[in-house]
Ligand binder design. Structure first.
Ligand code: HEM
Length: 406
């Protein structure tokens, strides 16, 4: 490996999962690596765990607002609109916004959803169990997060699927889905959110969409634009991340049959720890970008004001200085200081509790009701350098009976 082989932009580098050989080389040789961009000024690739945490926890020096969170610079209007999403804000604006919405996301709210999530997971397995085969990604892993978002927002479950299709387009690289199609998908989603706001104003429900409309702190409320973009963010952030974790986690189990046997032998005890290991090992969010607001030093290198700084979570989660045998998938790994939900600090994943519950519930349902589930073909990976996971994973299992008739 030489630096001539480093390419963290091309989809080809992500064709079989994250480019861990490149990440390993970078961590050892250039933990802060200046990566050229064919149509941009270039960026710093940050690959070590402590450096990712430093960037995450210092929003004054590393701004989300200045240039957004994707490597490619956005058009000024696109960036201005995206700044209505908290992922694109810096404190104090971010703090105000996050306080307004986070009351709805406290762990207690996520826990009260558990019985409903269990019901949805049962229904998803019911749909495939008699067939003895399916695509794990679209028919199991992708169903739950889209249903949960629909459930949270108080919209029909079937609409959840539509939102999920739009998200997938938005997250694909421009090599795979043309920019016009990606923009059209975000417009459709924004229009959909506007419609929901109108509907919930006329007919309030006991759901997050209604509570967000009315959420108020010291007389402060979300503006219509902030409301609409929160909807977009929620669907985007909570959908394919959870799906990819579930599918990527199952793939890791298939590839490590002794770990699958071990997990099955003591599901109650091992499941929560195994989920943390899947988060570390799969790291569904490949990167988040910040922009340096001043000259600074990071990991011993000089960063200039205006430079793009890109944090690679999948690499940080295999940092050999932090994790013993980082490439080993060990479902009982403790401690496990992974940063799949972000390196701490102000933007730490708002849905982490909810995601953990969704993943645990779905895995339990899969492993108990499809006890001999196995891969029935090779996984195909998503054409994206931003979100990582299989987009197709055929599986087979002994056909069983639907829960209602069991
Ligand atoms: C396995 C599943 C998930 C992973 C790996 C994940 C990962 C992440 C990451 C890496 C960030 C950015 C952290 C940073 O910049 O410091 C983030 C932010 C966020 N996530 Fe998640 N996420 C997941 C599921 C969810 C779910 C289920 C929801 C909600 C339904 C959600 C909502 C959000 C929101 C709203 C933000 C923005 C927070 C802010 O800007 O303050 N995520 N997530």
């Amino acid at each position: 490996m030489t630096n001539r082989k480093i390419d963290l932009l091309s989809v080809a580098s992500f064709a079989h999962g994250q480019p861990h050989d490149q990440f390993r080389w970078l961590r050892t040789n250039h933990p802060l690596y200046w990566h050229e961009e064919p149509d941009g000024p270039g960026f710093w690739a940050v690959t070590r765990h402590p450096d990712v945490c430093t960037v995450s926890r210092d929003p004054q020096t590393y701004s989300s607002y200045a240039g957004g969170i994707a490597i490619s610079d956005m058009e000024p209007e696109g960036l201005a609109a995206a700044r209505n999403m908290m992922l694109f804000m810096d404190p104090p604006q971010h703090t105000r916004y996050r306080t307004l919405v986070s009351q709805q996301f406290i762990p207690r709210s996520a826990r009260t959803l558990r019985p409903r999530i269990e019901e949805l997971a049962r229904k998803i397995i019911d749909r495939v169990i008699e067939r003895g085969e399916c695509d794990l990604v679209s028919e199991i892993a992708g169903e739950l997060p889209s249903y949960v978002v629909a459930e949270l927002m108080g919209i029909p479950l079937e609409h959840g699927r539509l939102l999920y299709e739009w998200t997938e387009k938005m997250h694909s690289s421009s090599e795979a889905v043309p920019e016009v199609e990606k923009r059209a998908a975000s417009m459709e989603m924004l229009n959909y959110a506007l419609g929901i706001a109108q509907e919930k104003r006329q007919k309030p429900g006991d759901d997050l969409a209604t509570r967000l409309l009315n959420s108020e702190i010291d007389g402060d409320r979300l503006t219509p634009a902030e409301y609409t973009f929160f909807f977009l963010l929620l669907v985007n952030a909570g959908g394919d991340t959870t799906r990819n974790l579930l599918a990527g986690g199952m793939l890791a189990l298939f590839e490590n049959p002794e770990q699958l046997r071990r997990l099955r032998s003591d599901l109650d005890q091992l499941l929560p720890v195994a989920v943390e290991e899947m988060l570390r090992y799969v790291s569904p969010v490949v990167y988040m970008r910040r922009t340096a607001t001043c000259d600074t030093v990071l990991g011993g290198s000089r960063v200039k004001a205006g430079d793009k700084v890109v944090m690679y979570y999948g690499s940080a989660n295999r940092d050999e200085q932090v994790f013993t045998e980082p490439d080993k998938f060990d479902i009982a790994r403790t401690p496990n200081e992974h940063i799949a939900f972000g390196g701490g600090g102000t933007h730490f994943c708002l849905g982490a509790h909810l995601a953990r519950i969704e993943i645990q519930v779905m895995l339990r349902e899969i492993l108990t009701r499809l006890p001999d589930i196995a891969a029935a073909g090779a996984a195909e990976w998503l054409p994206s350098n931003f979100i990582s996971g299989p987009r197709r994973l055929p599986v087979r299992f002994s056909a069983g009976r639907v829960a209602a008739r069991a």
